[in-house]
Design a protein around this ligand. Structure first.
Ligand SMILES: Cc1cc2nc3c(=O)[nH]c(=O)nc-3n(C[C@H](O)[C@H](O)[C@H](O)COP(=O)(O)OP(=O)(O)OC[C@H]3O[C@@H](n4cnc5c(N)ncnc54)[C@H](O)[C@@H]3O)c2cc1C
Length: 477
C-alpha cells in the first residue's frame, strides 16, 4: 500500500534540520513528509553567483544525508518554483506545502503569488520565520514606519531578539514512499568545471554539522576577544558563520542562544553584546531591504542618483584582480577570490577604494561580491555597499574616505594579513609593507620587490583621489 499524500516541505535558505519550523510543523502533522529543493533562477529571482553555487552544491549534499538519517529523501527540481511545486502536488496528491519565509524583493515577488495561487486551489500553505530574530514588519518607529538608522532600529529590535528560543530538530518524521524523479546535483553542475577556481575553498565545511562546529569553535575560543579583535583581519577573531547563516545551515536564534549561554558561563558581557549587535546588522539589512525593496538597485538616498561615476574598466579589473598597488586592498581582493570570503574591515576598505578612490559605481562592486562571496546575501551585500558609498540608510557620511595605508597600519599592524595574501611583498618590513612605493630602492631590492614588475605601482594617488571624490560629492544637488 502506498503512503498517504505527503506534506511538502520546500527548502530554500534554511538547509538544516534543527530550528526549522516548517520541517517541524510538517512532521507534527503525522503525515509523511516530502522535502524538496528547487533551483529557481528565473525572474524575479537573482541567479546565484559562482561561489554561492559552490556552497549550495555541498550544502545540499549535507542536507540530503541528514534528511536520510530521518528517513526522508530530498527531491531536487529545477525551474520556476511555482510550476515545479504544482507538478509535485499533481504527482503526489499532496494538499499541504510548508516553507520558511525569505524577505528579499525577488523572493517576496515570487512567493506571494505562489502562496495565493496554491491557497486559491485549496492547498494548505503555511510559512514560518526561520532566518531572522524579528520579522521586518514587526519592528516599527514610533510613527509606525520602518527604521532607516541602525542605532534606533537596534534599540527596539535588540531587546526582542532573544525572545524566541530555537526549535528542536524533529526526532521522528514519517517518510514518503512514492517513487518519482529527482534531478541530480551532478546535472546541476554547481561545482565549477574547467577551470576549477574553488581549490582554495578548503577551510569551509558547508552543511549543518559544519555550521554547528564553527559556532562551537567560536563560542569556546574567539568570542571572548571579539569586542577588540573583530577588526583585525590578521587574526581568526570573527565567527566566519556568514555563509552558514546565508544558507540557513544554522539560524540566528541558535547563534543568539549560544552567545547568551556563553555569557552566562562568564565570557565578557561586552564581547557577547558586540557580537549580538553584529547579528543585529544582519537583521537591519533585512529590515531595510524588505521595507525599501527599490534599494536593491537604487540609492536609498536619491541625492546620489546624479553622481558622475567613472566608466573605468581597466581600474575595475585591477581592483577585482587585487592589483591596485595598495597592499591591504589587494590582499583583501585576493582573499576573496581564493577563499570566497573577506574580513568585514577589509570589505569596507576595498569598497571605499572602489567607490571613492576610483569613482566606480557601487553596483559594480556589489556585483563582483555577489559572484565571488560564499556568503553573498542580497540584503547584507547591498546594505554594505550602500553604507560605504554613503548612499544608504545610516550611511557613513560621504566625506568618510578610508585611507588604505592608515587602515592597513592600524588593523594589520604587523603586516601578517598582507604577507599572507600578497606574498610578493612578504620580505618588506612592517614600516613599508602597507606603502611599498615609499620605500627607497635599496629597501625594495633587498625585499625582492620591483615596483611595476613584481607588484604594481598604485593605480591612483590616494590623497589626490580623496580630494577629487570630496569635490564631486559636495557638488551633488
Ligand atoms: C561592502 C560589504 C559587503 C558585504 N556583503 C555581505 C554579504 O553579501 N553577506 C553577508 O553575510 N555579509 C556581508 N557583509 C557584512 C560582513 O562583512 C559579513 O557578514 C562578515 O564579514 C561575516 O564574517 P563573520 O561571519 O566572521 O562575522 P562575525 O563578525 O562573526 O559576525 C557574526 C554574523 O553577524 C552578521 N554580520 C556581521 N557583521 C555584519 C555586517 N556589517 N552587516 C551584516 N551582517 C553582519 C553576519 O551574519 C555574521 O556571520 C558585507 C559588508 C560590507 C562592508
Amino acid at each position: 500500500m502506498s503512503s498517504p499524500p505527503p506534506v511538502i516541505v520546500w527548502f530554500r535558505a534554511d538547509l538544516r534540520l534543527a530550528d526549522n519550523p516548517a520541517l517541524l510543523a510538517a512532521g507534527e502533522t503525522g503525515a509523511p513528509v516530502l522535502p524538496v529543493f528547487i533551483l529557481d533562477e528565473s525572474a524575479p529571482m537573482r541567479p546565484l553567483g559562482g561561489a554561492a553555487r559552490w556552497w549550495l552544491d555541498k550544502s545540499l549534499r549535507s542536507l540530503a544525508t541528514d534528511l536520510e538519517s530521518l528517513g526522508l529523501r530530498l527531491i531536487l527540481r529545477q525551474g520556476p518554483a511555482g510550476e515545479a511545486l504544482e507538478r509535485l502536488l499533481a504527482e503526489t496528491g499532496a494538499t499541504r506545502v510548508f516553507w520558511n519565509r525569505l524577505y528579499d524583493p525577488g523572493s517576496v515577488a515570487r512567493d506571494r503569488p505562489i502562496k495565493a495561487g496554491l491557497r486559491a486551489s485549496g492547498i494548505v500553505c503555511q510559512s514560518f520565520n526561520a532566518s531572522l530574530l524579528t520579522e521586518p514588519w514587526d519592528v516599527k518607529t514610533g510613527a509606525g514606519g520602518p527604521f532607516r538608522v541602525f542605532s534606533a532600529f537596534w534599540r527596539v529590535a535588540g531587546p526582542r531578539s532573544g525572545r524566541q528560543p530555537p526549535h528542536p530538530a524533529p526526532v521522528q518524521v514519517a517518510g514518503y514512499d512514492g517513487d518519482f524523479a529527482s534531478d541530480s546535483l551532478e546535472d546541476w553542475a554547481l561545482h565549477p568545471g574547467a577551470p576549477d577556481w574553488s581549490k582554495g575553498f578548503t577551510d569551509w565545511r558547508p552543511g549543518e554539522r559544519g555550521a554547528k562546529a564553527r559556532l562551537h569553535a567560536f563560542i569556546s575560543t574567539a568570542i571572548s576577544g571579539y569586542a577588540d579583535g573583530r577588526n583585525r583581519p590578521d587574526r581568526e577573531s570573527t565567527s566566519r558563520l556568514s555563509p552558514h547563516l546565508r544558507f540557513g545551515e544554522i539560524g540566528p536564534r541558535q547563534v543568539w542562544a549560544a552567545a547568551e549561554a556563553c555569557e552566562s558561563r562568564g565570557a565578557a558581557g561586552r564581547a557577547v553584546e558586540t557580537f549580538e549587535k553584529e547579528l543585529g546588522w544582519r537583521e537591519f539589512n533585512a529590515h531595510l531591504m524588505f521595507n525599501f525593496p527599490d534599494t536593491l538597485n537604487a540609492n536609498l538616498n536619491p541625492r546620489f542618483d546624479a553622481f558622475p561615476w567613472r566608466n573605468a574598466s581597466e581600474d575595475l579589473t585591477a581592483w577585482r584582480n587585487g592589483l591596485t598597488g595598495y597592499p591591504i586592498v589587494d590582499a583583501g581582493m585576493r582573499q576573496l577570490w581564493r577563499t570566497g570570503w573577506m574580513h568585514n574591515r577589509v570589505r569596507m576598505i576595498v569598497a571605499s577604494f572602489l567607490i571613492k578612490d576610483l569613482l566606480i559605481d557601487w553596483r559594480l562592486g556589489e556585483d563582483w561580491f555577489w559572484d565571488t562571496l560564499v556568503d553573498a546575501d542580497i540584503a547584507s551585500n547591498v546594505g554594505g555597499w550602500q553604507w560605504v558609498a554613503g548612499s544608504g540608510a545610516d550611511a557613513a557620511p560621504y566625506f568618510r574616505v578610508f585611507n588604505p595605508v592608515l587602515q592597513g597600519e592600524r588593523f594589520d599592524p604587523d603586516g601578517d594579513y598582507v604577507r599572507r595574501w600578497a606574498p610578493e611583498l612578504a620580505r618588506l618590513s612592517n614600516a613599508h609593507i602597507h606603502a611599498p612605493w615609499k620605500a627607497d630602492d635599496e629597501t625594495l631590492r633587498t625585499a625582492g620587490v620591483r615596483l611595476g614588475e613584481t607588484y604594481p605601482t598604485p593605480i591612483v594617488d590616494h590623497s589626490w583621489a580623496r580630494d577629487r571624490a570630496l569635490e564631486l560629492f559636495e557638488g551633488l544637488p
